[in-house]
Design a protein around this ligand. Structure first.
Ligand code: NDP
Length: 331
């Protein structure tokens, strides 16, 4: 049966403007990095994606290399668009990125114009789209002039293949540079996508987040749950089927060393006092800053998505709670 969106889909969600742009994003966005690749069956993917849209999650984040295998998340999302989501295309913000290794040879990764624009064309083809809403440079390339990479993003906008552009994981200095170069080309830097969580505060430490606020760039935090560590499940030991269970996966031993798990346990107590799950506390913490546009989560199951969306019931953190969270994570 073809999917039909819930008429009440905009009621549960809150939306925030991305920096000083006209674009609003849901405070919780959904990424398709690891859980929507080639091994995911269509009905279970659609169950999660349809539920997300029914709850007001209008933003779906992809990249050329998401899978596994690389490219398969975009292919899956292309099927979802063709079979179920097509009537709602104008209600959706679909993003993709280029920067990581995608095909062999010198033109298959990083930030050259050659790679970035070829990759965008491939992404559009895989998803069956004429344009994406946001196109990102996935990582700063120290060996390519930033003018060239930003020029490729500006070209994507001018040719109508992207409505907005963004940068991902760019440090503070390069963020300012990218913004300046794009501005000279008449293109806004609409959004920055860095990793950010209560356990990973690099954008505060190097002041990237302040730069974004100052320059009017929105911020969408990836891995706000530290890839699931901030659910508390690695303390409980019940980790069958999880990301940490995969020896070749992206969760490394350092992510779950005893020092980290001790902090997570303390955070769990703060969450309990608030009547919230730990993931909800972690998402509320990421969203507490005014620069923050959205928390970009990943989910493997529908239950995880429902749990995470519970954050909408209590987004406010008191100064005392923020201080207690800082104390719990200071080591
Ligand atoms: P999260 O920190 O939200 O981690 C998601 C994982 O946490 C899930 O796959 C699941 O793992 C676990 N999880 C989520 N909710 C719960 C819950 N309620 N209870 C228990 N476990 C839970 O984000 P991701 O690291 O997945 O990143 C999110 C998105 O950010 C990606 O899909 C992608 O779009 C983007 N991203 C961007 C990057 C970039 O370079 N720009 C890099 C990485 C991600 P499990 O399978 O163990 O259950």
């Amino acid at each position: 049966m073809t999917y039909r969106a819930d008429n009440a889909r905009y009621d549960p969600m809150q939306y925030r403007r991305s920096g000083r742009s006209g674009l609003k994003l849901p405070v919780v966005s959904l990424g398709l990095w690891q859980n929507f690749g080639g091994t995911r069956d269509y009905p279970s993917a659609m169950e999660i994606l349809g539920y997300a849209f029914d709850q007001g999650i209008t933003h779906f984040d992809l990249a050329n290399n998401y899978g596994p295998p690389a490219g398969s998340s975009e292919e899956l999302f292309g099927h979802v668009l063709a079979r179920d989501f097509r009537p709602y295309r104008d209600e959706m913000i679909i993003s993709t990125k280029a920067g990581y290794n995608m095909w062999p040879g010198p033109y298959g990764e990083w930030g050259s114009r050659k790679y970035v624009l070829a990759s965008l064309d491939q992404s559009l083809k895989r998803m069956g789209l004429d344009y994406v809403d946001i196109f990102y440079s996935h990582r700063f390339d120290p060996d390519t002039p930033l003018e060239e990479t930003m020029g490729a993003l500006a070209h994507a906008v001018r040719t109508g293949k992207a409505l907005y552009v963004g940068i991902s994981s760019y440090p503070e200095k390069e963020t300012r540079e990218a913004h300046r170069i794009l501005k000279e080309m008449g293109v806004a830097t609409t959004i920055h996508q860095p990793s950010y969580s209560v356990l990973n505060r690099w954008i505060e430490n190097d002041r990237t987040i302040e730069a974004c606020g100052e320059l009017g760039i929105g911020v969408i935090a990836f891995s706000p749950l530290a890839q699931g560590v901030l659910s508390g499940k690695y303390s409980s030991g019940n980790t069958n089927g999880t990301r940490g269970d995969n020896p070749s996966g992206t969760l490394r031993a350092s992510h779950i060393e005893p020092r980290v798990l001790a902090a997570v346990d303390k955070l769990g107590e703060i969450a309990r006092d608030r009547g919230q799950s730990l993931v909800q506390l972690a998402l509320a913490w990421v969203l507490r800053r005014p620069e923050m546009t959205s928390a970009l989560i990943g989910v493997r199951t529908l239950e995880q998505l429902k749990d995470n969306l519970g954050v909408l019931d209590n987004l406010e953190l008191s100064a005392e709670e923020v201080a207690a969270i800082d104390e719990a994570t200071k080591d």
